[in-house]
Design a protein around this ligand. Structure first.
Ligand SMILES: NC(=O)C1=CN([C@@H]2O[C@H](COP(=O)(O)OP(=O)(O)OC[C@H]3O[C@@H](n4cnc5c(N)ncnc54)[C@H](OP(=O)(O)O)[C@@H]3O)[C@@H](O)[C@H]2O)C=CC1
Ligand SMILES: CC(=O)N[C@@H](CCC(=O)OP(=O)(O)O)C(=O)O
Length: 345
């Protein structure tokens, strides 16, 4: 059995990792951490885990955790993650990092959008863990940078168009909406019930830190520099991201042509489901699972294509994709532990 630790277990992605990992046949959870809940059972922190995980929350003691773990999931805020990851690597653990600390290849870009990087020497080694697009880079990796939630939904939605040079990237507009669990579990005024319920607002306009991550991936796919307008919105739901992406087609294409292209591109990808013509994704149909649903319409009146993708931000946008990456770097079947049917209604 592979021994895995969840560092940052008392957060939303931490509890989601545990929920999925308890059903994984090839691993055992060796350690869970929380500073605020040190000494408590994780099932006291999250009663949803009663009967499934009875580990006691520990502090983040790198040597103690590494001594009983082969792989560590770091589900910490950015900055805190890079303070501990070099230590876990030096102690011989593989790391799948859910934070943004190792996603951007260019240190200067990271420092422009986040803060000073304390271990830039690891940026070249870290593999950006979006298996459907970069699977070949993952085998044997020691450090995986798990993609951001918004960037996952955007990259999977646009990859077939960019790889086949079917759109003018300069015309791309990306409009995303996220459920409130995307903001994490720590207390913030903006996440309060009365601030979110019955409201719907844009935030981070022309300034959101996922913009450079989206541009890095889209530029790789397009083979040229891509700059986008990316506008996130906060939805009054717990989970889910819906991204709507607009771009001008280089030549006239019907919806049917493009849907066929998407079907071919993702034919062997279990976790990407292309919706039938006339239907578009809905966050309600991916809830609790690692699926990314993608659909599109070619608007022949304007010459633009509108692509819609839906994921669960805590699963394909975080914990599920992290487990998919663990499966790949450890040589397990990619879907292991992730074979769940969406919770509907
Ligand atoms: N929520 C989402 O949808 C997604 C989140 N992510 C990323 O995953 C990471 C975790 O997110 P999320 O679970 O939402 O965050 P939460 O705020 O819900 O949880 C953060 C966790 O980290 C622990 N923690 C915080 N600061 C420190 C520190 N300095 N040292 C040690 N432990 C610390 C907290 O526990 P305690 O304070 O008790 O120690 C808690 O367990 C973040 O980098 C986030 O950006 C990525 C994709 C999607
Ligand atoms: C709704 C909400 O607040 N979402 C978060 C993004 C979620 C996230 O997980 O960011 P990383 O993937 O980069 O860690 C935000 O906008 O900052």
């Amino acid at each position: 059995m592979l021994r895995v630790a969840v560092v940052g277990a008392s957060g939303y992605t931490g509890v989601e990792l545990i929920r999925l990992l308890v059903g994984h046949p090839e691993i055992e959870i060796s350690s869970v951490t929380s500073r605020q809940h040190e000494g408590l059972l994780i099932s006291q922190v999250f009663p949803s885990l009663a009967g499934f995980c009875d580990l006691i929350c520990e502090p983040v003691d790198i040597a103690a955790i590494a001594a009983k773990s082969d792989l560590v999931f770091t589900a910490l805020p950015h900055k805190s993650a890079m303070e501990v990851i070099p230590g876990f690597l030096e102690a011989g653990c593989k790391v799948v990092d859910l934070s943004a600390d190792y996603r951007l290849k260019d240190q200067a870009v990271y420092e422009q959008w986040y803060q000073e990087h304390s271990s830039p020497e690891l940026l070249a080694e870290a593999v950006y863990g979006l298996p459907e697009l970069f699977r070949s880079e993952l085998a044997g990796a020691r450090l995986v940078a798990n993609p951001g939630c918004y960037p996952t939904s955007v990259a999977l939605g646009l990859a077939p168009l960019l790889k086949n040079d079917l759109i003018d990237p300069a015309t791309l507009i990306i409009d995303s909406k996220s459920g409130t669990s995307g903001a994490g579990r720590s207390a913030k005024q903006g996440s309060l019930y009365c601030e979110v319920n019955e409201g719907f607002k844009a935030y981070g306009v022309a300034a959101h830190r996922h913009t450079p991550e989206i541009e890095q991936t889209l530029s790789t796919l397009a083979g040229c520099d891509v700059a986008v307008n990316f506008t996130p919105h906060l939805l009054p739901i717990n989970r889910g991201i819906l991204s709507t992406m607009y771009a001008t087609l280089r030549k006239d294409q019907t919806s049917e042509d493009l849907i066929n292209l998407y079907r071919q591109t993702y034919a062997d990808e279990h976790f990407v489901r292309v919706t039938p013509g006339g239907e578009l994704p809905n966050v309600a149909y991916v809830r609790g699972t690692n699926f990314c649903d993608v659909g599109l319409v070619s608007d022949q009146r304007t010459g633009r294509v509108v692509v819609v993708s839906a994921i669960d931000n805590l699963v394909k946008g975080a914990a599920g994709q992290a487990i998919q990456n663990m499966n790949l770097i450890c040589g397990f079947t990619e879907q292991l532990g992730l074979g769940i049917v969406p919770l509907f209604p």
